[in-house]
Design a protein around this ligand. Sequence first.
Ligand SMILES: [Zn+2]
Length: 62
Amino acid sequence: MIMKACKNCRLVVYTGEKVCPKCGGELSEKLSGMIIVLEPERSEIAKLAEINVVGTYAIKVK
Ligand SMILES: [Zn+2]
């Protein structure tokens, strides 16, 4: 399995699928940087990145 990130919501997943399990967006292998959000309500980074669901996210997805 390959690590991919969603172009739409930036969720990082290990999958052989081509679409995001969360939003159905297109997945890309070209991602750079990752942030792990454990407490979206309390995380300043999550607020800046507009993330409100626990998970691992790519900072940039091409
Ligand atoms: Zn997505």
